[in-house]
Design a protein around this ligand. Structure first.
Ligand SMILES: C[S@@+](CC[C@H](N)C(=O)[O-])C[C@H]1O[C@@H](n2cnc3c(N)ncnc32)[C@H](O)[C@@H]1O
Length: 476
């Protein structure tokens, strides 16, 4: 197998995949508003709010009743193509492509699209054994989906997966190549006991291909955590993430029987785990603000602030506001929260969220925290949920691993250091600062034990939630 990596770099107009081409990653600091599709974006921080205006027409839906690809695969193909071709954010592309699909088809589209995007490096590695010419992107996207189904998705008969991928590639004449390649893969696997021939993960190079993560990142984790932890972390990056709701105590009792899911975490009585899927945004309880979707990692960060009713709290990097509104609920709506958000559109969306969930003690300001006029020493507690590389959220953001580039890490670390200075100035003597990042990168860890802080790390492979670093510092 060839092992060449082609990160986010689609060939255009036919051609062997080539590197480059993805949307440049800047410091990440944002989650798109909305649940668990929520946490996307290139390095977190720089995405506009709301669905993109440049949404392409939805997936091609042939009029033929007997469409062997099916609407879910067509939507998935559209998503994969948009990520390859335009550097689109996968969750937003899905939002457009799967619009109007019934929940089951939507879930299937998401599973296929996100799986094919996450596994891109592995899939291109397998493809490299059978294709030695440039591919049009719609053909490459069809191959990715077909291969993903063959190699990683149980339940679809091989012949059906091949036939569907061939349909996806049409009318491009490359559909014949799709057929030939996928059949060769099936024949090859027949000689390897039904398993794709992939490199062992006993070196960073092999692990990068086998677990489909960029080599620079695997090398970093390998050096930091050692081979075993790294392999476990990489595997977790390809597993579906748990869907967790936070019951909003401002609007509903914790045992509200109309809120779906089961309590499951003694440390987080407000958390409910959903099994079997849920259309969160379509649920009347979500519209009424009785619950929000939020990862447990994120809940731990806001809980570390431990805000008390009546206190004055500063949330320096607030949108989309999972933590802001959690803080408001923990305060029982009493006291005040000043929520700053540099991105104006996201600040407006946060203000709407506060209204929906009844967080009336939050003042949202669309301001850059580095320039905001804040009275020194005037806040009891400050949360700095900083823009970060988001490497703890790779499972929920399939395109992020290809989007983020190693030089982004230093850039975002500099911003974090500057924001922390703002937090230090704003907090009163005897107050508390919580610094959190949803990443797994020592270079973005601030306020260590040497500063007197208490550290909590959450790991996708151990804690089954997003990776987080949460540092809590009580000032003298
Ligand atoms: C990690 S996200 C925050 C997530 C949020 N705390 C939550 O729980 O939903 C970081 C946010 O900080 C914002 N941001 C980045 N730099 C900023 C700055 N200098 N001042 C204010 N906000 C900033 C980004 O736009 C992004 O929305």
């Amino acid at each position: 197998m060839s092992a060449d990596r082609r990160p986010g770099g689609p060939p255009t107009g036919g051609g062997r995949p080539r590197p480059g081409g993805g949307r440049p990653g800047g410091p990440r600091g944002d989650r798109p508003a909305g649940p668990r599709g929520q946490r996307s974006g290139g390095p977190r921080g720089d995405r506009p709010a709301g669905p993109r205006g440049d949404r392409p027409p939805g997936p091609r839906r042939p009029s033929a009743v007997d469409d062997r690809a099916g609407v879910a695969r067509r939507a998935a193909h559209q998503v994969v193509l948009r990520v390859l071709r335009d550097g689109a954010f996968a969750d937003r592309a899905l939002h457009g492509a799967a619009e109007g699909l019934p929940p089951r088809e939507r879930a299937q589209a998401k599973r296929l699209a996100f799986g094919a995007i996450q596994r891109r490096l592995t899939l291109d590695h397998v493809l490299g054994r059978h294709v030695d010419r440039q591919l049009d992107l719609e053909v490459r996207a069809a191959l990715h989906i077909g291969l993903y189904e063959l190699l990683f998705s149980d339940g679809t008969p091989s012949r059906a997966a091949v036939a569907a991928a061939v349909e996806l590639a049409k009318p491009n004449q490359g559909f014949r190549l799709v057929n030939a390649v996928l059949r060769r893969v099936i024949d090859e696997d027949a000689t390897t006991e039904g398993r794709p021939r992939l490199p062992a993960d006993d070196t960073p190079e092999g692990a990068a291909i086998r677990h489909s993560h960029p080599l620079w990142l695997v090398r970093r984790w390998w050096e930091w955590l050692g081979p075993n932890q790294t392999r476990a972390l990489l595997a977790a990056g390809n597993r579906p993430v748990e869907l967790v709701l936070r019951v909003n105590a401002l609007k509903a009792p914790l045992d509200d029987p109309e809120i779906p899911g089961e309590p499951f975490d003694d440390e987080l009585p407000e958390a409910r785990r959903i099994t079997g899927g849920l259309d969160v945004l379509g649920h009347p309880g979500w519209r009424a603000g009785r619950f929000v979707a939020m990862s447990r990692g994120s809940m731990h960060a806001s809980r570390a602030v431990d805000p008390q009713p009546g206190e004055r709290v500063l949330d320096l990097c607030a949108a989309p506001g999972g933590k802001t509104t959690h803080l408001a609920a923990l305060m029982g709506g009493e006291g005040s929260i000043l929520a700053l958000e540099r991105h104006r559109g996201r600040a407006r969306a946060l203000a709407r969220t506060c209204e929906r969930v009844g967080a009336t003690n939050v003042e949202v300001r669309g301001e850059d925290a580095l320039e905001a006029q804040l009275d020194a020493g005037s806040f009891d507690r400050v949360l700095l949920d900083a823009p970060c590389s988001g490497l703890g959220t790779l499972a929920s953001h399939p395109d992020l691993r290809w989007r983020i580039k190693e030089p982004d890490l230093a850039e975002v670390a500099r911003l974090q250091a500057r924001l922390l200075e703002v937090a230090r100035r704003a907090v009163r003597p005897g107050g508390r600062i919580v610094y959190s990042v949803c990443t797994l990168n020592p270079g973005e860890e601030r306020l260590g034990t040497a500063d007197g802080a208490t550290i909590r790390r959450l790991w996708p492979h151990k804690d089954r939630t997003e990776g987080f670093y949460v540092a809590t510092l009580d000032l003298p």
